[in-house]
Structures are given as C-alpha cells and as structure tokens.
Design a protein around this ligand. Structure first.
Ligand code: CA
Length: 240
C-alpha cells in the first residue's frame, strides 16, 4: 500500500448541529479530515462523493432514519459505521435489525471515547482484512473465504454483516477453545467495556438465524462461546 499524505476522512451524519460540531472538533484534533451531513440523504450523497474511511451515523435523522441509511450504505460498501443512539433501548434495534453497523455509542457520550472507538475500529478494520487475504476456513458444510468475505453453506451463499463475518471467523479460527464474550468483544470489535457484551450475544443470535443448522456456535453457559466439532460434510465440495 502506498503512503497517503492525507488523513482518513470521517463522515459525521448528524442533524443536531451542536453535536455535529463538537464531534467534528474532536475528530479534527485527533488528526482526521471531517465531512458532515445533516440529513440521511445528504449523508448518502456524501458517502458516494468523499468515500470516507468511517461513518459516524446518528439514528434519528429528519428524513431517512439512521437504520435505513445504514442498510443502503451496506448494499454497496463495507465501510465501518459507528451509530449514535439517543437511548440504550435503541441498541437492540441497531444490532438486531441486521443493518450491519460496526459499533454504537449512546448519547450523551464522552467525545474522547468516540475518538478512541474510531481509532480502534480503523486499526482493526484495515490490517486484519488484509492479513486474511487468501485464507479459507472450512467446517462441515460451512466454507468461509476471508479474501472474498464470502460465506457458503454447501453451494448457498449466506449474506452476513461485516461484524457477523468477523465474529464467525474468530470463533472458527479458534476451534476447540472457548472464547469469553469479553475476548470476542476485544478481538472482533477492538475494545472491551464492562457489561456491554450484549453486542456479542445479538450477533451470535443473527449468525445462528442466518446459518440455521449449519451454525457451529455453541453457548458455554456462564463463559462464552465455542465451535462444535465439524459434522461430516453432507456433500462433496465441487471441484474449484
Ligand atoms: Ca438526531
């Protein structure tokens, strides 16, 4: 990769101008280039125009809400998205609706924590995906291609949100081990914070729903999650 003279661009989609400006200030001080948009449609236009490295996306926007904006971005892009929510109860909505946000913060939040999360997301997002370029993991009927970010059950491709993919990879990459929720948070999301392991549980739930019988994820009560031993593949893999 060539070195880039310009700093990563963060797009802030937020209609409350006081929040948008203090977030922008903190991000600029942290060395990022900042673009802002005050509506969902302006945000979508800005994603296409400025190709940001990360998006801070408010849930409540005047035109298209943050969930819909997130879904539309995910149709074309894997760009990390950190959602801002007004209430704790919105969190299930965000991570439960398969919109594919990478992380969230509940208002009011500490801007330093926002900057720390963003740094962590950007640090984890780029290199780990590069490292995994050509790796493929197989487990029973399940086949995961990290380079293509593709998951198949037999011949059927399963659409996973980015963090669902990373979580499944992390579990399969540690077959035979039990990973605690805190370990998974740290490895997949890049941080730990007390009591917020619900993110992991919600993503596991989504993976089980999407993978159905092919889901290898086993709950280890009181500890975390592990992968069950592979069943015999029910069909032979087609030659490549
Ligand atoms: Ca708002």
């Amino acid at each position: 990769m060539s070195t880039q003279a310009s700093s990563p661009t963060i797009l802030v989609v937020e209609d409350e101008s006081s929040i948008a400006s203090f977030v922008s200030l903190y991000l600029k001080n942290a060395g990022y280039t900042v673009r802002t948009a005050s509506t969902g449609s302006a945000g979508l236009a800005e994603v296409a125009a400025s190709n940001p490295a990360l998006i801070v996306l408010d849930l409540m926007l005047p035109d298209i809400d943050g969930i819909e904006v997130c879904k539309r971005i995910r149709q074309t892009s894997d760009v990390p998205i950190l959602m801002l929510t007004a209430r704790d109860e919105d969190v299930d909505k965000i991570i439960g609706l398969e919109v594919g946000a990478d992380d969230y913060l509940t208002k009011p939040f500490n801007p330093r924590e926002l900057v720390a999360r963003i740094k962590s997301i950007l640090r984890r997002a780029a290199p780990s995906r590069r490292d995994l370029d050509t790796e493929v993991l197989e487990h029973g009927d399940l086949r995961i291609d990290a380079g293509r970010r593709e998951v198949k059950v037999g011949d059927e491709e399963i659409q996973l949100a980015p963090k669902e993919f990373d979580l499944l990879w992390e579990l399969l990459d540690h077959r035979g081990l039990v990973l605690t929720r805190d370990q998974l948070l740290e490895r997949v999301w890049g941080y730990t914070f007390a009591g917020d392991t619900r993110t992991v549980d919600v993503h596991v739930r989504q993976l089980r729903r999407k993978l159905g019988d092919a889901s290898p994820i086993v709950t280890v009560w009181g500890v975390g999650y592990k992968v069950s031993p592979a069943k015999e593949a029910s069909r032979d893999h087609a030659p490549a």
